[in-house]
Design a protein around this ligand. Structure first.
Ligand code: SF4
Ligand code: SF4
Length: 418
């Protein structure tokens, strides 16, 4: 990073579309975003607010481009840009500010474009973000696991008789691809999510397969943290999916879902539909292909993942699936749907500003606890991991569960296997 009053590095404009170049001027500085930002709620620094970041971005771009730049205007020096970089990354890119902004500045898209432009200009991501992204690029997953182990969860579960063998879709075509993702494939704390998903799809008689050792990371984290390599690596995945001839791609991760559903179509046309597993299960329930045979007498509360809710407007399908489970009562938190409070895990916050992330996570866990629910349910392994990691700090005994665990149990599945 630069230092002192030296000139800031030139920010390349091609990372922004025309609308994004105009958005910093549209901010009225009304301050409504401050009332809702989950990060500002736990770290009250004006510099991290959307209005402050928009103001710095405006001055930065004007000082480097157009008439003011030609007149030698230097409104932002390199140490101010260093501060700006810090602020741009002290953000979970949850999208809450977009929803409450009276001029509807598309902040999530803008923050990601700013990150990419800053990285292209030579400013590196803070904390452990850059090495984390390097792992994804080198090993195709952030866990440094070999590709051959990517379908181990399926083979082990089938060998133990818990599920039927899962097809390798490259050898044995199927109309539905289950895109498992790195977290459910490898992370021991949540890899049962993949097994639950496979078991439920098998119970519903869905003809599906997985890519196994040929499944790449969705590479969405590259986009979230501003790595310009996302465009080429994401396009590689779109091309692989398009050759499969599948009708539907389902995923049990909200982060993978956002990448497949929103980011990939900007890189190349997809010849398949993309559904989150809860959307697909909602459809199967509606068509009568899936039913629940076991009552679960639980009072649960539901956490909307930002990538599924605010970013993709999927609020009802996961709730309908939960409410179809006999005996289960759903009780809602104060902040839900488009105003759901982020779990703290988005946008690489865990890797850059861990203490701030823990504070955001704690706030969400306390909100969940206030409902009196025994279980906090979310349909995203990354949200589940983040919330799970915060229970000690929050001093709560609420059980954090991926929604598929409850679906699996309601289908008659036996208790957690790992
Ligand atoms: S995206 Fe979320 S965390 Fe980032 S500034 Fe907006 S409200 Fe705050
Ligand atoms: S809500 Fe929108 S217009 Fe108001 S200060 Fe925030 S970004 Fe600016």
């Amino acid at each position: 990073m630069g230092s002192g009053n030296a000139a800031a590095r030139q920010i390349p404009l091609h990372h922004f579309n025309v609308r994004q170049l105009l958005e910093p001027d549209a901010c009225t500085r009304c301050g409504e975003c401050l009332n809702w930002c989950p990060v500002y709620a736990v770290d009250k620094k004006e510099g991290i607010t959307p209005r402050s970041k928009l103001d710095t971005l405006k001055r930065l771009l004007k000082s480097q481009n157009g008439l003011l730049a030609r007149l030698g205007n230097k409104q932002v020096n390199s140490s101010q840009v260093d501060e700006f970089v810090r602020a741009v990354y002290e953000c979970t890119v949850c999208g809450q500010c977009h929803y409450v902004c009276p001029v509807r500045i598309d902040t999530p898209e803008l923050w990601e474009a700013v990150r990419e432009a800053l990285v292209s200009a030579g400013y590196s991501q803070p904390g452990d973000q850059a090495p984390y992204l390097e792992k994804i690029k080198q090993f195709n997953n952030p866990f440094l696991e070999p590709a051959e182990r990517r379908r181990a969860w399926a083979d082990q579960a089938a060998a133990a008789g818990r599920i039927k063998p899962v097809k390798n879709i490259l050898k044995d075509p199927a109309p539905v691809l289950y895109f498992v993702g790195c977290t459910a494939s490898y992370d021991p704390k949540v890899k049962t999510v993949a097994e639950y998903t496979a078991a439920v799809l098998q119970k519903a008689g869905v003809d599906f397969g997985i890519l196994g050792e040929n499944e790449n990371c969705c590479r969405g984290k590259l986009r979230r943290m501003g790595d310009p390599a996302f465009a080429a690596l994401g396009k590689e995945n779109v091309d692989v999916f398009n050759t499969l001839g599948v009708k539907t791609v389902v995923t049990s991760c909200a982060g993978c879902y956002k990448t497949l559903k929103q980011d990939y179509p900007k890189l190349g046309r997809e010849n398949f539909e993309v559904l989150h597993i809860t959307e697909y299960l909602d459809r199967l329930l509606d068509e009568g292909r899936l039913s629940f045979e076991r009552s679960l007498p639980l009072t649960v509360t539901y956490h909307d993942p930002c990538h599924l809710g605010r970013h993709n407007h999927i609020y009802d399908a996961p709730r309908r699936v939960l409410q179809a489970i006999p005996g289960l009562t759903l009780t809602e938190m104060e902040r839900i749907r488009q105003n759901s409070r982020c779990c703290g895990g988005g946008g690489g916050m865990k890797l850059a500003y861990h203490d701030v992330q823990v504070a955001v996570t704690t706030a969400r866990l306390h909100e969940a606890e206030e409902t009196g629910a025994t279980d906090l349910v979310t349909p995203c392994p990354t949200c589940a991991l983040t919330l799970l990691s915060g229970t000690d700090a929050a001093g709560t005994s609420i059980r954090v569960r991926h929604e598929l665990e409850l679906v699996y149990l309601a289908c008659g599945g036996e208790n957690p296997t790992a």
